[in-house]
Write a protein that binds this ligand. Structure first.
Ligand code: CP
Length: 311
């Protein structure tokens, strides 16, 4: 039985505050394990996790795989490009065949929004969304929130600016829902062509001027500018995006003194962020990646329903 309010983690839009708090608190326990010489616990011994990635990933995939191994789960990694998907096998047939080999949990990344939910309808395993199209990327937002929490000891009352392609970013969406639930004030900033229709329904402050957005902010979380959007005519040129929205040292003067720079990766250095900012002493970009493992260990543990010490 899941120790969260649901057996799956599909997104943060409807996640209760208690679930998010429990994940962040549990992450702290697992974060400490990562600093030990032997970074391994028996917690998920006997549980088999399928990593089902239909889209490329570096951080999320490796982070989940390591989290599973550190909790002693058995893991299987599926890559669509080297599977029978290439022979035309459907998603449903693929997962039902793999589940027949006794899978307990599935971590899924897919370009289509809603695939994680669809899997819950055709298999019994616990499903974790590792990014579905432009919909949600809940574990990225949880690790972002955990990193902010570690830095400030709170989320409530902080002002967080999310910069980039608001229309297509699943990371921005999950951050909005999670941060607002935890009491942070959220501002969104990007070119007007990359703000979704009815953006005001997110309940955030909306900016198309980056200097105004950064004014008085504690945290700026900078999203990758998806260069394919430029080909689709969503903004005139990469250089113009960099001039109008790129985060450089000069722009940091607008932020609060104790500010934090974040980026979920992968970064386009020199486009949405300059290298001196990305590598500066206020940047927690690599800390986010380390914390991601602890957060994913927490999510796996809580969804598995395993009791401490149970094997
Ligand atoms: N942040 C993130 O999701 O990175 P990957 O696409 O490399 O997993």
């Amino acid at each position: 039985m899941s120790r969260l309010s649901a057996p799956h983690l599909l997104g943060l839009e409807h996640a209760p505050r208690e679930d998010i708090s429990r994940i962040l608190e549990t992450s702290d326990t697992f974060r400490e394990v990562l600093d030990r010489t032997i970074k391994k616990l028996p917690t998920l011994r006997g549980i088999t996790v399928l990593n089902l990635f239909y889209e490329p990933s570096t951080r999320t995939r490796i982070s989940f795989e390591l989290a599973e191994k550190r909790l002693s789960a058995d893991t299987i990694s599926f890559t669509a490009s080297t599977s029978s998907v290439k022979k035309g096998e459907s998603l449903r047939d693929t997962v039902q065949n793999i589940e027949s080999m006794k899978i307990d949990m599935v971590v899924v990344r897919h370009s289509s929004p809603g695939v994680p939910y669809y899997l819950t309808q055709c298999m019994d395993a616990n499903v974790i969304n590792a990014g579905d199209g432009a919909h949600e990327h809940p574990t990225q937002a949880l690790l972002d929130m955990y990193t902010i929490y570690k830095r400030y000891g709170k989320l409530d009352g902080l002002r967080v600016v999310l910069v980039g392609d608001v229309k297509h970013s699943r990371v921005i969406r999950s951050n909005i829902w999670g941060l607002k639930t935890m009491g942070a004030s959220v501002a969104l900033c990007g070119p007007s062509t990359l703000l979704p229709y009815e953006v005001e329904r997110f309940g955030c402050d909306i900016y198309t001027n980056i200097d105004e957005a950064l004014d008085g902010a504690d945290v700026v979380n900078i999203m990758r500018i998806q260069l394919e959007r430029q080909q689709a005519g969503m903004f005139p040129s990469q250089r113009e995006y960099t001039n109008l929205f790129g985060i450089n040292r000069e722009r940091l003067k607008h932020l609060n003194r104790n500010y934090t720079i974040m980026h979920p990766g992968p970064m386009n250095r020199g486009v949405e962020i300059t290298s001196d900012v990305a590598d500066g002493d206020k940047s927690v970009i690599l800390e986010q990646v380390t914390n991601g493992q602890a957060v994913r260990m927490a999510v796996l543990y809580l969804l598995s329903g395993r009791e401490e010490g149970e094997q």
